[in-house]
Unconditional design. Structure first.
Length: 231
């Protein structure tokens, strides 16, 4: 699986912000995809002691959510931690994992933001635009915006707004459990992002795609062990 759009990753934080602003205009907030047969979750982990980043892409069948395969990768990253610029730290290693997939999935789900971002271009939007693939962000925590707490039952939700714009939804995926911050990444509407997230959260708070990728990437990181620097 290869991106349809490429750009340099050797950017300063200021240049990265400018690139986000340019690419944000490519984001589509309407459904543009066919029948879903496969869904892919991506997740990243890293060692604080060195510059290695690890990624996993877990592909599941839809709607049965059976694991079909996992691709992993390890890459160094020197981009600094800056809120709102997560994609510049994580996408290079995610792309390396996605390159190992034999076929592109029908949907990517990220443990991060999509449109719910200061410049409306979070990790899920960045991936979606680079690969021109439907993508959703389902994050555990807020980056920007305000939302009233939804009702306590699964399926309850409320709008997340920022500077007068609706940017995402606070979605309760299990009864009386903390909600997720769900937003479209690319080629997916707000309503569909919410509905698909709920469909992927069959048993747990997090989408099964995220859970599978999370377990795989942490296994990879633990197996790699601690080192002082990337070889």
């Amino acid at each position: 699986m290869r991106p349809v759009l490429e750009h340099s990753w050797n950017l300063s934080p200021k240049e990265a912000v400018e690139l986000q602003r340019r690419l944000a205009g490519r984001v589509e907030l309407a459904d543009r995809f066919g029948p879903l047969r496969t869904v892919c979750g991506v997740d990243v982990s890293y060692n604080k002691a060195d510059d290695r980043f690890f990624a996993a892409a877990a592909v599941l069948s839809y709607p049965r959510l059976e694991l079909l395969g996992v691709a992993t990768a390890m890459r160094p990253s020197s981009f600094p931690y800056v809120p709102g610029l997560l994609s510049f730290r994580e996408i290079p290693v995610i792309a390396a994992a996605l390159a190992e997939l034999s076929a592109p999935p029908d949907l990517i789900v990220c443990d991060g933001q999509g449109y719910a971002h200061p410049r409306r271009f979070g990790l899920a939007s960045h991936l979606g635009v680079l690969y021109d693939i439907p993508a959703i962000g389902a994050a555990k925590s807020r980056l920007v915006g305000e939302a009233p707490e939804p009702a306590v039952l699964r399926g309850s939700w409320s709008w997340l707004t920022h500077e007068g714009d609706r940017i995402g939804q606070l979605v309760r995926t299990r009864d009386r459990v903390a909600p997720l911050f769900v937003s479209p990444g690319h080629r997916v509407s707000f309503a569909t992002a919410r509905d698909l997230t709920l469909a992927l959260c069959a048993k747990w708070r997090l989408p099964e795609t995220t859970r599978r990728a999370h377990h795989a990437v942490n296994e990879l990181r633990r197996a790699a062990g601690p080192v002082s620097r990337f070889p």
